[in-house]
Design a protein around this ligand. Structure first.
Ligand SMILES: NC(=O)C1=CN([C@@H]2O[C@H](COP(=O)(O)OP(=O)(O)OC[C@H]3O[C@@H](n4cnc5c(N)ncnc54)[C@H](OP(=O)(O)O)[C@@H]3O)[C@@H](O)[C@H]2O)[C@@H](O)CC1
Ligand SMILES: [K+]
Length: 549
């Protein structure tokens, strides 16, 4: 019996050893993100008209201009919703004055109903996500988070917790603890995870010897004047890190909201100061961010509601997919030829693998599923026609047992055509986050009609209709052809009656004759174990050999 592929994400176990589960790399662009007001938000809501609470604003340097009364921004229509993520990110992003940042803070936590804990949690999560997006765990696990006395420090404490759960090994330096329940709670949470707290005096003078990343969460937008002890010394250590030339050996500095010690609006005044590699602006960048020249500028704080957007005329990039952070501006260009991963994985030894390659596959597959990988059942299928011309595409594995690997498709497709001429095919699974690849080769035949029928009717009705509509791999004049045909079918079966499986749709089963399990290892010394079939005493048995990487 065919075992249905287990792809239940709810069963996923977040493993400490497989910490890349919260990949911040999302691709879809949410055009309807609240940062771009939807048409019904273009008039100020009652919250927008609420007066500022009477709380005292932070002190400002002499001469700081009073907050101007901010006009509503020009109305934006639907056209602006269609702005692509890239274009929006490249366009001018709003930068806030110190006073605007403090006002927004007050509005969020006053009339707009947020609590400081909530915003801090979201801010810290976006910092951790941005770090994970840029700094791979395999090379940057050791993190020092330096926390200041205010909310910027609180963001750092939250980020440390999330980084720990992502698999990083954070330590925290928190020299001026704030005796408020919010902060002592955050400290207790970190202590319960056995995250070490290090005093400023106990830090080595060269921070790069012990840490790969330094998160600078000392001061945010309420900073004024010049840093007082012990932060003056801590900032100086980060300044001296910034001037080290050899960037391979230097710990990366990630500043939360503003680089600590910088003037909130003017940035580095005397040319000195921290030069962070990454800046994670929160809510919206502050004016000093215009002076940031490092390679990675991110925005975090995916919580800004339309009243704030409207009131301050904020232009902010939309957050992609479900991500809590978004890159501002262009990512540094990469030399593709230098892209190289130094894999760190458990060794794959002949003495430890299963005798039967199906069992070995199922073990790896289960591990891929429980590690929360996205679509671990996606596989590249390569077919070859009778002229020897190959073609590849991704398909989804829908079942695997000792009879073989099953997927479903349109029997009029190019792959089906190739397979009718040449039943040999290859499958390739690549689980990047686990440094694993599985190659499977064999011969293919159609699955029995009843099996295809059963699977067809287990699919969502929309997919059933889609399968009927698409005459796969044929040329069509436009998308509307599909949409029209789909609409007609939707109408036809609107009574919920059984949708018959078209005869041109069904499954294939590949019966393997060869497997290869690949585990990436350091310095290209990868493990490759190949299973091929041999005749032993008149019956077929699997034979395991190691191939040179
Ligand atoms: N929507 C938002 O806005 C959100 C904001 N969030 C975060 O809050 C941050 C702002 O937090 P914040 O207001 O608590 O101020 P912050 O910058 O951490 O520092 C204040 C502390 O530093 C001290 N201090 C000041 N100058 C000093 C000096 N020269 N030398 C020494 N100490 C000095 C000052 O002491 P004081 O001078 O008042 O005695 C006080 O104790 C913001 O940047 C962002 O990270 C997110 O959590 C969520 C969303
Ligand atoms: K900071």
């Amino acid at each position: 019996m065919l075992a249905a592929v287990r792809n239940n994400k709810s069963a996923a176990v977040l493993s400490r050893a497989m910490p890349f589960l919260f990949s911040a790399t999302a691709t879809a662009t949410a055009n309807t993100h609240p940062l771009f007001p939807s048409p019904h938000c273009q008039n100020p809501s009652p919250a927008d008209r609420l007066p500022l609470p009477a709380r005292r604003l932070p002190r400002f340097p002499a001469g700081t201009p009073r907050a101007p009364s901010l006009p509503l921004p020009p109305k934006r229509g639907m056209a602006s919703l269609a702005v692509s993520a890239a274009a929006a990110a490249a366009a001018e992003v709003t930068h806030l004055t110190q006073r605007e940042a403090a006002e927004i803070d007050e509005q969020l936590m006053g009339p707009l109903g947020f609590s400081v804990d909530q915003l801090m949690e979201l801010a810290g999560l976006s910092v951790a996500e941005a770090v994970a997006e840029v700094y791979k765990l395999s090379e940057h696990a050791r993190v020092l988070v330096i926390c200041g006395p205010g909310n910027n420090g609180g963001d750092g404490l939250v980020a440390a917790r999330h980084l720990h759960h992502f698999g990083y090994r954070p330590s925290v330096c928190y020299p001026k603890r704030t005796p408020k329940p919010l902060y002592s709670g955050l400290v207790t949470q970190l202590e319960s995870l056995f995250i070490p707290f290090i005093s400023a005096e106990d830090l080595l003078s060269d921070l790069s010897r012990e840490f790969d990343i330094i998160v600078d969460a000392m001061f945010g937008f309420s900073f004024h004047g010049t840093p007082r002890p012990p932060f003056d010394d801590l900032i100086q250590r980060l300044v001296s890190l910034s001037v080290i030339e050899n960037s391979d050996k230097k710990a990366a500095i990630v500043s939360v909201d503003i680089p600590s010690g910088w003037h909130v609006e003017e940035g580095v005044v005397d040319g000195g100061g921290i030069k962070p590699d990454m800046l994670v602006s929160l809510t919206a960048p502050k004016l000093c961010a215009k002076k940031f020249t490092g390679p990675h500028h991110f925005l975090g704080g995916r919580f800004v509601p339309p009243p704030i957007i409207n009131k301050y005329g904020l232009q902010l990039p939309p957050y992609p997919g479900t991500s809590m952070c978004v890159r501002i501006g262009k990512a540094p260009s990469v030399d593709i030829s230098s892209l190289r991963e130094n894999y760190i994985s458990p060794e794959l030894l002949e003495s430890q693998v299963k005798f039967d390659p199906f069992d070995q596959f199922l073990q790896w597959f289960d591990e891929a599923v429980s590690s929360g990988l996205r679509e671990p059942n996606a596989m590249a299928l390569t077919t070859v026609n009778k002229e020897g011309k190959p073609s590849s595409r991704m398909v989804l594995l829908k079942g695997v047992d000792k009879q073989g690997f099953v997927w479903y498709t349109n029997y009029g497709s190019r792959k089906a055509h190739d397979l009718s001429e040449n039943p040999s095919a290859a499958l390739l699974f690549y689980w990047n986050e686990m440094n694993r690849q599985v190659r499977v080769e064999g011969t293919v035949e159609k699955v029995p009609e009843e099996e295809s029928d059963k699977y067809f009717h287990s699919r969502p009705r929309g997919s059933q209709l889609g399968a009927i509509v698409s005459k796969q791999s044929t040329v069509i004049t436009g998308r509307e052809v599909l949409q029209q045909a789909y609409k007609e079918l939707e109408q036809k079966y609107s009574d919920g009656s059984l949708i018959p499986k078209p005869e041109y749709w069904g499954g294939y089963r590949l019966t393997p004759t060869l497997f290869e399990f690949w585990q990436g290892q350091q310095s290209r010394l990868h493990d490759r174990l190949q299973y091929s079939q041999r005749e032993v005493d008149g019956s077929t048995a699997w034979h395991i050999e190691r191939l040179s990487p």
